[in-house]
Design a protein around this ligand. Structure first.
Ligand code: SAM
Length: 194
């Protein structure tokens, strides 16, 4: 992927997230191409969490575990320059949820694009995003895989989300909107009060 393409993906995320001291999550980090571009480009991004298990998954079945371990080490080395602004959680998206804050400005889903995973991720990660923030993801149309479009479309339709998509960047997104009542409920659920 060219730097211009990655920069345009970063802009699609950050141009939609207002304010300073932004906190975001990238699910599916791989070689940290997006993470290592977005952090220096956007100083107002206070903290970026990366979530990736670095283990075999369907798309890269042929990789031995050693190769994943080496990639994880390389990413940690390269990203160390960002200090506290970067934190890599070596877990699957669903395992990582409990380690993430509940007031995220954005979530970018680009991990396992199977229907089962994306359908589980969307509602759980959406709950982590604060009112006015965005949930978005890559491979809307797929790249040799079925793509996430059917699952994203269905969730958005069933839940009346204002789904937007961008063909050039192969991305989908919507802004998270809550009434104060549903926001109070979300916080109570996150705290375990309900
Ligand atoms: C397409 S790559 C990510 C590319 C990266 N977002 C970028 O733009 O540079 C997909 C990554 O998702 C990770 N992955 C696979 N299953 C996952 C899961 N259940 N949760 C989180 N990440 C997962 C893989 O290990 C792989 O590194």
């Amino acid at each position: 992927m060219s730097r211009e393409y990655v920069l345009s993906k970063c802009a699609k995320i950050m141009d939609r997230v207002p304010g300073e001291n932004i906190i975001g999550v990238e699910v599916g980090v791989f070689a940290a191409q997006l993470s290592s571009t977005i952090l220096p480009e956007y100083p107002r991004l206070k903290k970026l969490y990366g979530v990736d298990p670095y283990v075999q998954f369907t798309k890269r079945d042929e990789w031995p575990q050693q190769k994943w371990d080496d990639l994880y080490d390389a990413v940690q080395r390269v990203m160390a320059v960002y200090g506290d602004r970067w934190e890599l959680i070596r877990k699957t998206s669903l395992e990582a949820l409990e380690h993430l804050p509940d007031d995220l400005d954005f979530v970018y889903l680009d991990g396992d694009h199977s229907a089962a995973t994306i359908e589980a991720e969307i509602p759980l990660y959406e709950k982590k995003v604060k009112n006015g923030g965005i949930i978005c993801g890559h491979d809307y149309y797929g790249t040799g895989e079925p793509g996430v479009k059917p699952s994203v479309d269905k969730y958005a339709k069933d839940n009346h989300r204002n789904l937007q998509f961008d063909e050039a960047q192969n991305m989908w997104w919507w802004r998270v909107k809550r009434t104060s009542k549903s926001e109070a409920k979300r916080i109570a659920v996150q705290k375990g009060d309900e």
